[in-house]
Every structure is written in C-alpha cells, then in structure tokens.
Design a protein around this ligand. Structure first.
Ligand code: SAM
Length: 242
C-alpha cells in the first residue's frame, strides 16, 4: 500500500515514520509513505500557500491552487484509483472500521491543513472524503495524518508479528479488549488472576471474553449496541445489568 502526504511541514514526519512498526514496515516494503512539500507546487516567487479569508476575520486560509496542482501532479493517471482525503475536524470520524476500509485501498493521499483550514473548493471539488481523528481541534493535519498511517499500516498483511493480533484488539469485534498481564505473577502484593496461570485455554478464553464484555459495559456501553454478541454474551451482560 502507498500513502502520499501533502504538507507544509514535511520534517515533522521524519521521526515517527523512522521508528518502530511503521518504520520496519516501510523498510520491508510493506508500506510506502511519500511526503510532499506543498510549497513545491506553488508558482510565485514567495512560494505562497495561504491568504486572508474572503469576508474578513482573523487568520489565514490555505489556497486551493497548490493543493490541486500537487494532487494532479503526484497522482497523474492514478487519480481515479487513489482515495484522496483531507484531514479535518469536520470530517468522518477515524474509527477501527474506517481503518480497515483504508487498509483495503492500494493508494491513499492525505492533505494536511493548517491555519484556519483549507479553501472550501478543495473539499467540494478535489477530495473524496474528509477524515477527523476526534472531536477536538489541533493546529494542523500532520499529527492526524500520522495517526491514520499508523492505524492503517498495522492492519496490512505481514506488519504485525502476530497476524491475528489486530483481530483481537479493542474495537476489532466491537468490544474493548480484556486486561493483559505479564510476569511476575505477584508484583508488590498484586496478583495476576489465578485462572490465567491454570493453563486451561478454554477457561482462559471464556474469562477473557467476559472481561472484554465487562470492560465495555463499564467504560463504553455505547459500543455494545453495535458489537457482535452471542446469546451467552447477552446473558452475561444481563447479569451485569442487574
Ligand atoms: N477552522 C477549522 C475548523 O474550525 O473546522 C480548524 C482548522 S485547524 C486549526 C487546522 C488544520 O488542522 C485543519 O485544516 C486540519 O487539517 C487539521 N486538524 C485539526 N484538528 C483535526 C482533527 N480533529 N482531525 C483531523 N484534522 C484536524
């Protein structure tokens, strides 16, 4: 899979994409991330990418010309097969389901906004979707773009050491994940639940399922409405409600 990122601050991506799982996935050729400087697509001597808003008011707005130029030149004939997305706090919420949807694409281009945002004609006439990483406002789209690349890359085949891991994580089947423990079995007087040391895999699986249900019930009951639940799960949840 390939990501193209359009930004005014390409240097911001160097560290996060060099390290850890995303860095290794790039090295292994499982994902390609190409960061493009929007200033390279300006035509004036000052390499201008923003201007004052029509109608007055403070701040600056990102101009449409360099963004249209960049998308057209970077993608060329691949435009129809690429999902072009603008990072925006007004966009569709980036969920686990949305991450899986993007992981199925061959190529995704992400446009990072700055200042007061981006000229509306980019949303209306250039992009396929707008993505928001949450109901808050950041100073720019670069960190949201990193979030999207990270969240999608870990779903690509061969990226995680345990290929089934992403399917067991929180939000995969609509629930939060069960609690995790590692050695030592007793730490500062706090024990690991005895059942996890029993070696009885069927009982451990049942315990984990119930803990996932309990956590979701306690922390994010809204998720239960959309989760895939068995009759046994529903019965367990009814017990928690009483
Ligand atoms: N004035 C805009 C508004 O109220 O909708 C906010 C602009 S914000 C300060 C600047 C840029 O940061 C946006 O164009 C977008 O690219 C990015 N951004 C900020 N918050 C974001 C979020 N929650 N999700 C995705 N991108 C975000």
């Amino acid at each position: 899979m390939r990501f193209d990122i359009l930004t005014l601050f390409p240097e911001m991506f160097v560290g996060p994409f060099r390290e850890s799982i995303v860095g290794k996935a790039m090295e292994a050729g499982l994902v390609t991330v190409v960061v493009h400087n929007l200033r390279d697509y300006t035509t004036d001597k000052h390499r201008t990418t923003d201007d004052a808003p029509y109608g007055g008011g403070g701040g600056m707005v990102m101009k449409p010309e360099p963004i249209f130029q960049a998308v057209e030149r970077v993608l060329g004939e691949e435009r129809p097969s690429t999902r072009v997305m603008l990072l925006s706090p007004q966009g569709r919420l980036f969920t686990q389901e949305f991450a899986w949807e993007l992981a199925a694409q061959k190529r995704v281009l992400l446009i990072c906004g700055r200042y007061e945002g981006v000229d509306e004609r980019v949303s209306q006439h250039l992009v396929d979707d707008e993505i928001s990483i949450g109901d808050y406002v950041l100073t720019g789209g670069e960190i949201p773009a990193m979030v999207v690349v990270d969240g999608v890359t870990r779903l690509l085949p061969g990226v995680l050491g345990d290929p089934g891991a992403a399917m067991k994580d929180s939000h995969a089947g609509g629930l939060l994940e069960h609690p995790q423990y590692t050695r030592p079995a007793l730490f500062r007087g706090y024990p690991v639940p005895a059942l996890l040391l029993s070696g009885d895999h069927a009982k451990i699986a049942r315990w984990r399922r119930r803990e996932a249900l309990r956590r979701t019930f306690e922390r994010r009951p809204d998720l239960l409405k959309k989760a895939e639940l068995t009759e046994e799960d529903k019965e367990y949840l009814r017990g928690l409600e009483e």
